[in-house]
Design a protein around this ligand. Structure first.
Ligand SMILES: [Zn+2]
Length: 408
């Protein structure tokens, strides 16, 4: 598997030099006419035109004479960022769920195409950037997408995963980190607890410190209180999940250390649906929390504690097979049961997520100089969070991938 992915990477780096991407950007100006515009940080602007040249936002101005896309009647926001989406998580030809960095009953070519299809579904759902923790199959899809060969979000990937059993010695940890850097991993995903046991505290500190020294961010799967405390002590980049947190005093410590909290409320809902313990999404209205699985209610309680603590709660769906293209469900649970204000949830999926990914100066805001990653949803998102399920416009780096104007 690794060998296949590496030779694919070598091949792709040749391909991307030789051919023109299909989304060659227009040099001329593209004007988006908007009525409600959220900048991704905290400001809502009304009746503005967004000007885009060469894939970047150049100006935001009063309505002018001409426009190319009519986004009036919609809420316009920066393209959404999902900081935890397993874009390579898929089912094989027999419907079996395939584990990271393995193949199921499928050829390597089928597997890569399945990942590309997941990525495209994610883009059409409004997500212009995702962080995948992680699979080597992310790499060819990330590169082909970046080169413009087919549509998809920007993909940052850890490629492989650092489990406690790899952490037998500091040498083994260093070998792993150096190999990830050589392979071009965008960050390092570590399991403090979960499959493979517990990561010893001093080894976790070593791993996060050495990763930082190599210029790599860390995100850490940590469910239990003890695991989360270890992440805080080790000053790693983020706590993924954390639904076993029992003492909310940990959140101010995370905020102080600049550690992001990355909960995924949607995932227990998804699994309950998959096991047919819950009706399908279409039958399930918001607010029926008592019918939700216990793990979801635990997640909601932890989320509510985090919300009042001041820690940065990055948007993270933990999308697995079956969730790609439905990543926005996470917004709904955050608002409906978690009690978050809709635009705060969007801020966590734009400027806050961009900062968590180390891309604060590039994406996550509608402002001059930023990549023209822009999403529009039907209606007023400030009052109706379900608008996130009605995406009508998706632009990534100035290329329009979806435009469904409102029907009169
Ligand atoms: Zn995950």
């Amino acid at each position: 598997m690794h060998r296949i992915a590496r030779s694919a990477i070598r091949l792709l780096s040749l391909v991307s030099l030789c051919c023109l991407p299909f989304t060659a950007l227009r040099a001329e100006e593209i004007v988006l006419r908007t009525s409600i515009l959220f900048d991704g940080v905290g400001t809502v602007l009304f009746d503005k035109d967004i000007h885009v040249v060469d894939g970047r936002i150049t100006r935001i101005e009063e309505w002018g004479e001409r426009y190319d896309y009519d986004l009036r009647g919609m809420t316009v926001t920066p393209g959404w960022i999902d900081a935890h989406a397993h874009v390579a998580a898929r089912q094989d030809r027999d419907g079996a769920h395939v584990l990271p960095n393995t193949l199921g009953n499928e050829s390597p070519e089928e597997a890569v195409l399945a990942v590309a299809a997941n990525a495209y579904a994610t883009l059409l759902a409004g997500f212009t950037t995702i962080q995948s923790p992680g699979d080597l199959l992310d790499v060819p899809v990330a590169r082909m997408t970046a080169a413009g060969f087919f549509p998809g979000p920007r993909i940052l990937t850890s490629q492989e995963l650092l489990f406690p059993d790899t952490a037998a010695s500091e040498t083994a940890i260093l070998d792993f980190l150096r190999r990830m850097r050589r392979q071009g991993a965008d960050f390092v995903k570590i399991f403090a607890d979960g499959p493979g046991g517990e990561f010893p505290a001093e080894k976790l500190s070593f791993a996060c410190r050495e990763a930082a020294a190599l210029g790599m961010r860390t995100i850490v799967h940590a469910v239990s209180q003890a695991a989360v405390e270890k992440v805080v002590a080790a000053r790693c980049g983020s706590v993924e999940h954390g639904y076993g947190i029992e003492d909310d005093a940990v959140f101010p410590k995370m905020a102080e250390a600049g550690i992001y909290f990355s909960p995924s409320l949607d995932i227990p809902v998804h699994y309950a649906r998959r096991e047919r313990e819950l009706p399908a999404a279409a039958d399930y209205g918001p607010g029926r929390i008592t019918e939700m699985p216990q793990s979801y209610r635990d997640y909601v309680e932890v989320f509510r504690q985090a919300l009042s603590s001041g820690v940065d709660i990055v948007f993270a769906s933990d999308a697995v097979a079956g969730v790609h293209g439905h990543n926005a469900d996470e917004f709904v649970w955050r608002v409906v049961d978690g009690g978050q204000a809709p635009l705060d949830a969007v801020r966590d999926a734009t400027s806050v997520a961009a900062r968590a990914l180390g891309l604060a100066d590039e994406i996550g805001r509608i402002a001059p100089g930023y990549h023209a990653d822009i999403v529009a949803v039907e209606g007023d998102l400030r009052r109706d969070i379900l608008a996130v399920k009605r995406v009508r416009f998706v632009m990534k780096a100035g290329a329009v991938h979806l435009y469904r104007p409102a029907v009169e």
